[in-house]
Write a protein that binds this ligand. Structure first.
Ligand code: C5P
Length: 403
């Protein structure tokens, strides 16, 4: 019997979970830094970043899907003819049979398009649209909340994931798990209170609050003024709204994607993860393009292609780094959902709170307040309780909703 998939002798499940925790911590920091390091009119377009992320993720997924189709076909039938230079030995030709020409052989491309345009491919349009909305909201949240607050409040994803698992997958949660979820909400609330009512501070290193027409605005004050735009104004309320909506879309999209990935239609096994990922990226392209081509603030008279090209005009190294980190995260998330589940994903991302909190203290001189420590500890305790193996197992899913 085949064991679980491994890499360098370690279960892929654990590698993907640890990598996701590190990636999440790094993404929160780099995304926040990339958004606040320039003046508002020089900031790169979040919609273009989301589009680039989908293009990259889709390209990587399609190459992996093709490679897997090729391996499978080579294992079950003769490899396709290999084109080689005159004078090459047959041995060399055999060795090079796994190179690109083999991958691009018509039989492989036909198998790929049959798998991609399967009768149920339309199902991926739902998580695709939700993820595009979520990815855009994440940029709004990261621009208006400090790193640690964003990271902790984003843990509400665990709550929305549980909610949608109960509603859509008819999962039943034990009482202890519900208690852990309530604890989580309380912890997130405490962190939220401290960041929206923190006293004005005259110290250079602490974030200060400035009253403006009755509205509190949080200013980001970051050391190293030559590279950072320390006067960029953040709107915590807008940030909280964005993060709340991102949690809703994340929960729904994750549960829906898991359902599609793990449910088999009839007697045939569910399609490969990388085929599903490519379908997800293909369906994401249209919603990712819409805000760019219809934006009223976009350049006029340049056509759709011109608008798309010009939307990348403010892209700098930080923007590219953010997109690459997000692309990596999308690929790892898919692996985690495939080899673990959305609940384990929540555990991995809450570990990233500690990592990014410590990093933001070091990088952005974020002040350690008592309420932050209490709130973050409750969030971590709740996450531990939710995932505690000593808890009685939840009754198994009874009937999943028909999709
Ligand atoms: O915050 P959350 O963990 O829900 O974020 C999931 C991220 O992973 C989103 O940015 C989404 O676009 C990405 N993803 C992906 N491919 C999947 C599942 C999720 O790129 N198959």
């Amino acid at each position: 019997r085949e064991g679980p998939p491994t890499l360098w002798g370690i279960e892929l499940k654990w590698i993907s979970l640890v990598t996701l925790a590190l990636q999440n911590a790094f993404l929160t920091i780099i995304m926040h830094y990339s958004r606040i390091s320039t003046s508002p009119n020089k900031t790169y377009s979040a919609a273009s970043a989301v589009l680039l992320n989908e293009l990259l993720k889709g390209s990587i997924s399609v190459v992996i899907a093709l490679k897997r189709i090729d391996n499978e076909m080579n294992a079950t039938s003769a490899p396709p003819p290999v084109y080689y230079e005159k004078g090459d030995s047959k041995d060399h030709a055999r060795r090079s049979s796994y190179k690109l020409p083999s991958l691009l052989h018509p039989s492989r491309l036909t198998a790929l398009s049959t798998a991609l345009f399967s009768p149920d491919c339309y199902k991926l349009s739902v998580p695709a649209i939700l993820y595009v909305i979520q990815n855009n909201l994440q940029y709004i949240a990261a621009s208006n909340l400090d790193v640690a607050t964003f990271q902790v409040t984003y843990q509400m994803k665990i709550l929305t994931t549980a909610f949608f698992s109960v509603i859509l997958l008819r999962k039943r949660l034990s009482r202890a798990k519900w208690a852990a979820l309530v604890m989580l909400a309380i912890g997130v609330g405490i962190v939220q209170i401290q960041s929206s009512s923190a006293p004005a501070s005259s110290t250079q290193s602490a974030p200060s609050i400035k009253a403006n027409h009755g509205e509190h605005q949080l200013r980001s004050q970051i050391p190293g003024e030559s590279i950072m735009n320390s006067e960029r104004v953040m709107h915590p309320l807008q940030g909280f709204l964005a993060v709340t909506l991102a949690c809703l879309t994340s929960g729904l999209a994750g549960v829906y994607f898991e359902f599609i990935l793990k449910s088999s239609s009839g007697s045939s096994p569910p399609p490969d993860l990388w085929i599903r990922n490519t379908q997800l990226s293909l369906f994401s392209l249209i919603p990712a393009l819409v805000p760019i081509v219809v934006s009223p603030s976009g350049p006029a008279g340049v056509g759709y292609i011109g608008r798309i090209m010009m939307s990348f005009s403010n892209f700098n190294g930080w923007a590219v780094g953010t997109v690459l980190t997000q692309t990596l995260g999308g690929l790892i998330t898919a692996l985690v959902i495939r080899y673990s589940d959305n609940i384990m994903k929540g555990f991995a991302t809450s570990l990233s709170i500690i990592i990014s909190f410590l990093a933001s203290v070091a990088l952005f001189s974020y002040p350690i307040t008592l309420s932050f420590v209490v709130g973050a500890s409750i969030v971590l305790g709740a996450t531990y309780l939710y995932n505690s193996p000593s808890l009685p197992q939840s009754p198994p899913t009874r009937t999943a909703v028909a999709v």
